[in-house]
Every structure is written in structure tokens, then in C-alpha cells.
Design a protein around this ligand. Structure first.
Ligand code: 4AD
Length: 453
């Protein structure tokens, strides 16, 4: 007979159970604890039940016997429980999270999960169709891989903020509803703003530039929105954009700043006691990149592509002025096999605001950072600092400068050499966590046809 959970009895004569989170339980050997969480795994044998409890801070292996084991036969995965027992050190040769095991003496069911057709394992099947899994994203997030990526993501954002604090950048929170474009009109999400046309922001860059004279160097971590029509493994409709803007510096110093950001933020993640081991689990053998990164001029990249017989989007040989699109870019960085600072793009294929190089006005003081397996993770440039040159940029791109009066004022009221960049959080995570697509690096991915849940 299978016992009901309600028949389990708490033995009041035992020492009082100290409430603990799972990460704390690893240090509570020989203590009786009470720990709450979700049933992550369960294996029931005749006399024992082996249960793995999860609470978001870690996993705890527990062994149940007697009535507790008996009743566990009716305990579906993902039920939430309060588990009581004594933490014991695992003998040599055995392994479990934290090197401990909880010898359970009682548990109480807080929320029973369904069994049968509605059972968690039927909802979230590893090999299920990706779109079915996306419908169940709220449940799939509980899985070991996705939750590990989300932890690394949190650690990465923390590391970035730490770097910016060390470099004395101030965090700002620019608006998401705007009436200007930054990266071209084709990917704007339009919205009806009290009868006026407005957009969801593509980038906070223009606003960041206006903060320089008020706050000095600044950064923001905000959602950017792009109506990308193509389904690719590295495009989302909404992504978390890490952007910074720096005043009074030259292109060389600007590139060094980005290099420092990438090297240090990754280092901090690897040093993090939670995220470091998770990166190793997701991306075994991962080695942090070291400065200096390779600098490759656009014109030399074109030569490299020609020499390696890689074709442009029209299937022809690359020539100066061509956009290096996703496929070619990735072939190049995967072949070269190290992070690349691709610099000095031609004016025509870049945005209206980029400063030209003094020694060659055909090209700009711009950079794309390319990582093996993912391609571009960062785009940035020095910004045009003179009003007239900026107005020319608007003209070239066919943009009416009127709504940008506030952005142009940045040049009018005490201009300065300055530069900035945007780093795609999901892109760098795809590289760091070795994920095939950026969709695996965000909790609820948004792309064409997907805004649920
Ligand atoms: O190269 P992008 O378009 O540059 C800008 O938006 C600049 N205004 C940023 C700045 O200078 N402040 O985008 C910057 C980065 C890309 O390198 C990429 O990592 C990411 O944003 N990104 C995307 N990530 C996911 N999905 C998309 N659709 C993305 N578009 C850009």
C-alpha cells in the first residue's frame, strides 16, 4: 500500500530543525535542517527513495526511508515540499552537490504537482519540437541547462556593472519609448503614442551621448527592440543591450576600453563561485580571452575573404564597400579562431553618426567585435563631433534632422571627442555558454511570431 503524505508524522522528540537554503545546507554537516524547494529528481526503490531537491540556490540529494520512502511513490516531480532531516557528509568516492546528503526524517507537501498526462515530464520533453518547448518556457526554465545559463547571465550583468563602477561610469536609465531611430528605419517597432508616431528604442546611444556633459562617462543596461524579419540564430526582437558612452578619448583608447570590459567581465564571471563552475559545465574547457585582441581593418578583412574564396551575399567575390553579412563574418572568425576587433568600416555601410578616420575619410573610427561561433557581439564607434558633419550624415541616410535637435545640441553646447558601443547580452552569453542560439540565453525569447508566454 502506498501511504498518503498526510500520514507522515513529524517526530517532535528530534532536535529542532534549523531552516536553511540549499547552499547553506552544504555547511551544516550533522545538523538537523528544514529545507524547502521543488522535487527535481526522484528514484524510488523498495526500501528507499532518492530525491534531489532544488531551491534555486542549489541541488540537495536526500535519502528517504520507511514511511517517507513509501509515500514518495505518489510524489510527482516538481511538487514543492518542506523537507526535514540531518545533513551528513558523503563517504569518499561518492559525489553529490556540496559533498553532502540529507538523511530525511519527514516532509510535508506544500504544492502537489500533477501526475499522468499533465505531469511535468510530459510537458517539457527534452527532444520535443522547439515551438512546443517555447510554449512551455515557464516550465522549461526549471531545467538544469536553462537555469544555469540564467545564472551565468545574472553573474555577467553583475560583472559588467562591477567593471563600470571600477571605471567610474554612471548608470542611467534612458527611455524606451522614443521618436528617433538609431540603426535604420527598417527594424523599428512603431507604436501609437497618444495619436503621435513613436517607436520602441533600437539603442539608447543617442540619449547616452546627451548625458556626457551632465554626468561624464555613462552606461545603461536596457532592452532594445528590433523588428528583425529574418529568423537567425543570433537575432531577437527584444534583447538586453549593454551600452556605454565615453567622453574625451581617442579611437585607440576607446578600443582598449572595450577590450578591458570583455576581459574583466569574463574574468569576474569565471571567478564567481556560482557562475564559474556553471560556465565550465556548459562550455567545458572554456578559456578566458586575453588582451590584446587581434585588430583587423575592414579592407584587410575584404582581402582575407577574397583569398579564402568566401563570397558576398550576391554570391560574388567580396569588394571594398560590401557589407560582411552573418555567414561570411562567422566563417572568417571561426577560421581565424580568436576574438577579432574588426575596425575602420566604410562610411556607406555604417550609421549616420560615425566619425571618419583622419588618415582616410572613406572609412570610420568604428569597430565590430567578433567572437568565434557567434560572430558580432559588439558594435561601436567614435561619434561625429561637429554639427555640420553630423547634418551631412543625416542627409546621406535620408533622415530628417528635426526630431534630433536635442542630439545635435550635444555638439552645439560644448562638443567633445567621444565614443560608445553596444554589447548584446545574449550574443556574448551564446559565446560564453556555448549555446547554438541567442534564444537559449534569454528567459523568454522574442522573435517573429513569438511573444508568448
Ligand atoms: O551593432 P548595433 O546595431 O549597434 C547599435 O545599436 C549602436 N547604436 C550601439 C552603440 O553604439 N551604443 O547593435 C549593438 C549590438 C550588436 O553587436 C549585437 O551584439 C546586439 O547589439 N544586437 C542584437 N542582439 C540580439 N538580437 C538582435 N536583433 C540584435 N541586434 C543587435
Amino acid at each position: 500500500d502506498i501511504l498518503s503524505f498526510n500520514d507522515l508524522k513529524l517526530d517532535e522528540s528530534l532536535p529542532e530543525a534549523v531552516p536553511a537554503k540549499i547552499y547553506q545546507s552544504y555547511d551544516l554537516v550533522d545538523k538537523r535542517i528544514k529545507v524547502s524547494g521543488w522535487v527535481h529528481r526522484l528514484r524510488v526503490s523498495k526500501k528507499y527513495a532518492f530525491l534531489v531537491l532544488r531551491d534555486g540556490t542549489g541541488y540537495l540529494q536526500a535519502i528517504l526511508s520507511g514511511d517517507c520512502a513509501n509515500a514518495a511513490q505518489a510524489l510527482p516531480l516538481e511538487s514543492s515540499i518542506e523537507l526535514y532531516g540531518t545533513i551528513t557528509k558523503l563517504p569518499e568516492g561518492k559525489s553529490a552537490p556540496g559533498g553532502v546528503e540529507l538523511v530525511a526524517d519527514y516532509y510535508k507537501v506544500v504544492g502537489l504537482a500533477p501526475s499522468g498526462d499533465d505531469a511535468f515530464t510530459n510537458k517539457v520533453q527534452e527532444n520535443a519540437d522547439p515551438s512546443i518547448l517555447l510554449d512551455q518556457r515557464h516550465l522549461a526554465l526549471r531545467g538544469e541547462t536553462l537555469s544555469a545559463v540564467m545564472k551565468v547571465r545574472a553573474a555577467f550583468l553583475k560583472a559588467v556593472r562591477r567593471f563600470y563602477e571600477e571605471e567610474r561610469l554612471t548608470e542611467v536609465t534612458p527611455p524606451s519609448m522614443v521618436q528617433t531611430q538609431v540603426e535604420g528605419g527598417s527594424t523599428l517597432f512603431k507604436l501609437d503614442y497618444y495619436g503621435e508616431e513613436a517607436y520602441l528604442t533600437q539603442s539608447s546611444q543617442l540619449y547616452l551621448e546627451t548625458f556626457l556633459a551632465a554626468l561624464g562617462d555613462v552606461y545603461c543596461i536596457a532592452e532594445s527592440f528590433r523588428a528583425e524579419k529574418s529568423h537567425t540564430r543570433r537575432h531577437l526582437s527584444e534583447y538586453t543591450h549593454i551600452e556605454a558612452e565615453l567622453a574625451f578619448l581617442d579611437f585607440k583608447t576607446f578600443l582598449q576600453h572595450i577590450e578591458n570590459l570583455l576581459v574583466k567581465s569574463v574574468k569576474y564571471v569565471l571567478e564567481d563561485p556560482i557562475a564559474g563552475p556553471l560556465v565550465e559545465q556548459l562550455n567545458p574547457g572554456f578559456k578566458a580571452p586575453e588582451a590584446p585582441f587581434m585588430r583587423l581593418e575592414y579592407k584587410d578583412a575584404i582581402k582575407w575573404l577574397q583569398e579564402h574564396d568566401i563570397k558576398n551575399e550576391d554570391g560574388e567575390n567580396f569588394k571594398f564597400g560590401d557589407d560582411i553579412a552573418e555567414a561570411a563574418e562567422r566563417k572568417m572568425v571561426d577560421t581565424i579562431g580568436v576574438p577579432i576587433f574588426l575596425i575602420r568600416f566604410p562610411v556607406e555601410i555604417k550609421s549616420f553618426y560615425m566619425e571618419r578616420c583622419k588618415d582616410d575619410p572613406r572609412v570610420t573610427e568604428s569597430v565590430d567585435v567578433l567572437m568565434p561561433t557567434v560572430g558580432e557581439i559588439t558594435g561601436g564607434s567614435m561619434r561625429i563631433k561637429d554639427t555640420d558633419a553630423l547634418l551631412e550624415g543625416f542627409k546621406r541616410e535620408g533622415i530628417d534632422p528635426a526630431p534630433y535637435y536635442w542630439f545635435i545640441d550635444q555638439r552645439k553646447y560644448g562638443t567633445c571627442p567621444h565614443g560608445g558601443y553596444g554589447l548584446g547580452t545574449e550574443r556574448i552569453l551564446a559565446w560564453l555558454c556555448n549555446r547554438f542560439t541567442v534564444r537559449e540565453c534569454v528567459s523568454y525569447p522574442r522573435f517573429t511570431g513569438r511573444a508568448t508566454p
